[in-house]
Design a binder for this molecule. Structure first.
Ligand code: NAP
Length: 366
């Protein structure tokens, strides 16, 4: 229909608002449109978004409890192919079929999840529902990039986030250092709320005693999973990050086998994943994160961890917040090791923003 693209665009504008708020499922927006017999008069009558915990899904929410009228026609628009795996509750495709009134479904893109991947579309067609797809815009593609990585490559999309002084340092040696201004901090907290997980090395937790939450009014509850790499599992449980693990999910990757050492963290509701030394590598850590639903991962340092991701080329985007002062001789480098030939990595400058006296550069891998 000539108006399909308009409704997909409306769904896209809502989609942008719910990024990072549907973990462990991808964000989806679904719109139910009611039309007269000739599709000349059309109006939105229901909106569904993926629920906060990931379920029920958007299509289900758009249809559920809606009172369809016999003399009207209904089209369901969705930003992703409706799912068709009945298991944890009724699938969206079954819900659409059971509604008996939705006779057209329009969606932006096929869901690469192997349980769906075109099967949702086929099942709708088999049930005499008219299906139209292929409305993947640049905006939707950008939003689902992490999800596509997760389902196709079994790893999240990785964003590195650094705050540096003008001379490129990320801290004063062995000191918690405030690098950027309040607005940049707020921007970063907003960024966190759009992610499924944040990852840091154990030394950043020790030195900065950081909380890693999204401290913006109303967004705290969208604090993503906080992930710490700590092979020895020797972090002090009195650090701030361990004070609120009931509220904000926290996960440590370790090589530590001692149950005694683990118990004190488990008591605080910290999840622990133990990998034996030969399996403790970035590839397995990312695979594990993807398997629990992490599609977008923000890596917040410190230097050893940045080095690890850079060295292994496991990153897709970089956010660099640059302040307006020098640190000089006491500076702590953003990366710890000599990085072999980073110059081969092609980066594309996506955006540059002025945030007060700070500058934010957003780079992406080509
Ligand atoms: N400005 C910024 O953007 C920014 C951001 C974050 C931090 N910082 C600063 O950076 C400094 C901390 O950086 P850092 O380099 O000392 O420490 P880090 O990168 O935060 O943490 C390094 C630690 O992570 C653990 N780790 C676990 N798995 C690892 C692996 N596969 N490879 C490497 N390390 C692994 C190791 O300790 P275990 O033995 O416990 O495993 C290692 O010592 C602080 O001064 C902090 O303020 C700045």
């Amino acid at each position: 229909m000539y108006f399909d693209l308009n409704y997909i665009k409306i769904a896209t504008s809502v989609l942008k608002q719910i990024v990072g708020k549907t973990f462990p499922n991808p964000p989806v927006v679904s719109i139910l449109v009611e039309s007269n017999a000739l599709y000349r008069v059309n109006k939105i009558v229901s909106l569904g978004i993926t629920s906060v915990s990931g379920r029920p899904h958007a299509e289900y929410n758009a249809i559920n409890n809606f009172n369809f009228k016999k003399n009207k026609k209904y089209t369901l628009y969705s930003t992703l192919e409706p799912c068709c795996h009945d298991g944890r509750g009724q699938s969206c495709v079954s819900k659409i079929i059971d509604s008996k009134f939705v006779k057209r479904v329009v969606f932006a893109t096929i869901d690469p999840d192997t349980r769906v991947n075109g099967k949702g579309k086929t099942k709708l067609i088999e049930n005499n529902i008219d299906v139209s797809s292929g409305y993947l815009s640049k905006e939707i593609d950008e939003i689902y990039k992490g999800y596509f990585f997760n389902r196709k490559s079994k790893r999240p999309r990785v964003f590195l986030k650094l705050a540096t002084s003008l001379d490129g340092y990320i801290a004063r040696k062995n000191q918690k250092t405030k690098i950027t201004n309040e607005q940049s901090t707020a921007f970063n907290h907003l960024l966190r709320s759009k992610m499924d997980a944040i990852l840091v090395g154990s030394n950043t937790v020790k030195v900065d005693n950081c909380l890693l939450t999204s401290r913006i009014n109303g967004l705290e509850k969208f604090t993503p999973l906080r992930v710490i790499l700590n092979r020895k599992l020797d972090l002090d449980i009195n650090l701030k990050i361990f004070k609120n693990c009931k509220k904000y999910k926290t996960l440590i990757f370790t090589q530590q086998k001692s149950m005694d050492k683990k118990k004190k963290f488990l008591k605080l509701d910290v999840e622990i994943i133990t990998l034996v030394e030969k399996n403790y590598n970035l590839e397995n850590i990312l695979k594990k994160l993807a398997s629990i639903g992490v599609s977008n991962l923000l890596v917040e340092g410190g230097a050893k961890i940045f080095s690890l991701f850079l060295k292994e080329r496991k990153f897709d985007d970089i956010f660099i917040f640059r302040s307006n002062f020098f640190i000089g001789a006491k500076g702590f480098n953003a990366t710890e090791f000599e990085l072999d030939d980073l110059s081969k990595i092609k980066l594309f400058k996506k955006d540059v923003k002025k945030i007060g006296n700070d500058t934010l550069e957003i780079l992406t891998r080509k």
